[in-house]
Design a protein around this ligand. Structure first.
Ligand SMILES: *[C@@H]1O[C@H](CO)[C@@H](O)[C@H](O)[C@H]1NC(C)=O
Ligand SMILES: *[C@@H]1O[C@H](CO)[C@@H](O)[C@H](O)[C@H]1NC(C)=O
Ligand SMILES: *[C@@H]1O[C@H](CO)[C@@H](O)[C@H](O)[C@H]1NC(C)=O
Length: 374
């Protein structure tokens, strides 16, 4: 944990691992000609912290492989026409179903890069792929000047229905009124940030005591301003785990961007800090790297442990109840605390604290208790 977090508004939620059983077929041999390759990482323009594309192994009869042909089946190389060595880290993740996720993180900007995808030294599909022009890395301060051009490069959908719905309540906003009223209403008890983007620079004023989580919002905004020139804009971000705008009438609503929301509140919901952090940290810290799970899905479905599993700390009463349930029915639920912070730790009720388990160990079980934020 990077900083103190207010008591979360979370629900205990039974999360069924979606990686269900798969058909199996063995003995197929991939064909360099028939194998399929696709994804945004084969283009120059979409600038991402880590770029990625997919390989689907296909045999000479045109049938997709559905089991792994072996982790090292395909070799991927990045080649610059002008430099002998490139500072690019490439990872080929075997998804164990005949397909591969290839990711690469660039540590410098290059021109006219080539991606070579090889199967036993033969080029696969349309390899070599040639990325024309400048291929920027994550840290490059190289914003595309026109927002709509950037959206096209990123293949953004025309609209996001949920965001449109949330914004519908705010046909017009008065920045001066907001600057006055929002801090008055929430500035004392809640944790808020007032962001201003001006000339593609990010300015922030914080309100409240626990504002450590602003680093996540700062990071995604700074990453965006390196990629696209943002319009001048100001807005408020709620750093807490519960929505703030509870007024019922559609008048006098304050527009507040939040990592959580509900049908009874009017906060404008945006991707949570763990999602944005996970994107920015792709191929960085493992526990934040959601994509890496695709190659670490644990044992086959039929061999996963069916005891429902949970680890965490005591940030909500429901968690205490879950651990009590687990102690009553250890055959069905394995739930234990790794830390006590909010409640008094009564070992006779909740058992001893246990050690953290590795992120990937969670995929050894078929049922996890997972917290979702509303
Ligand atoms: C083979 O895999 C590709 C890529 O995932 C997919 O688009 C295609 O539908 C698959 N073909 C069959 C016959 O399942
Ligand atoms: C909230 O609203 C959405 C969209 O109208 C609806 O699909 C969903 O069922 C509602 N949820 C609850 C808990 O009422
Ligand atoms: C499943 O996990 C529980 C605890 O999480 C353990 O007690 C049990 O032995 C495991 N079962 C198998 C078959 O490994």
């Amino acid at each position: 944990m990077l900083s103190f977090r207010p008591l979360p508004c979370l629900l205990l939620h039974l999360f069924l691992d979606l990686l269900g059983p798969e058909g199996s077929q063995t003995g197929s041999v991939p064909s360099a000609v028939k194998t399929l390759v696709w994804g945004p990482g084969l283009e120059a323009d979409p600038v991402l912290p880590a770029r990625f594309f997919f390989i689907q192994a296909v045999d000479s009869s045109g049938t997709n492989l559905t089991t792994s042909p072996g982790e090292k089946t395909f070799e991927v190389k990045m080649v610059s026409p002008t430099e002998q060595f490139v500072r690019i880290w490439i990872q080929v993740l075997d998804r164990q179903d005949g397909s591969f996720l290839v990711r690469y993180r660039m540590y410098a900007t290059y021109r006219d890069l080539q991606i070579h995808i090889l199967l036993k030294n033969k080029h696969v599909a349309q390899s070599p792929f040639i990325l024309k022009g400048s291929i920027y890395h994550e840290g490059c301060d190289c914003p595309q000047p026109i927002g709509s051009v950037w959206e096209a490069h990123m293949h953004c959908p025309q609209s996001f229905p949920q965001i449109d719905r949330d914004l519908d309540f705010f046909a017009s906003v008065d920045p001066d009124r907001n600057a006055q009223e929002i801090p008055e209403r929430f500035g004392q008890k809640q944790s808020l940030c007032h962001y201003t983007v001006k000339d593609n620079k990010v300015y922030v004023q914080t309100f409240g005591e626990h504002v450590g989580f602003r680093i996540f919002m700062d990071a995604i905004l700074l990453s965006l301003t390196r990629k696209v020139r943002l319009p001048d804009v100001e807005f408020y971000v709620n750093l807490g785990d519960w929505p703030l705008e509870k007024r019922k009438s559609s008048e006098n609503l304050h527009p507040i961007f939040s990592w959580c929301g509900s049908n009874n509140t009017r906060d404008i919901v945006m991707p949570t800090y763990d999602l944005t952090e996970s994107v920015l940290e792709t191929m960085g810290r493992v526990s934040l790297d959601m994509m890496s799970v695709q190659a670490n899905t644990g044992p086959p479905w039929s061999e996963k442990n069916a005891t429902a599993f949970w680890r965490g700390r005591d940030s909500r009463q429901e968690r205490l109840e879950l651990v009590k349930l687990s102690r009553a029915r250890p055959d069905m639920i394995d739930a234990a605390f790794t830390n006590f912070f909010f409640f008094k730790h009564d070992e006779s009720l909740y058992g001893p604290l246990v050690k953290h388990v590795s992120f990937f160990d969670f995929f050894k079980v078929s049922v996890q208790f997972y917290d979702i934020y509303l």
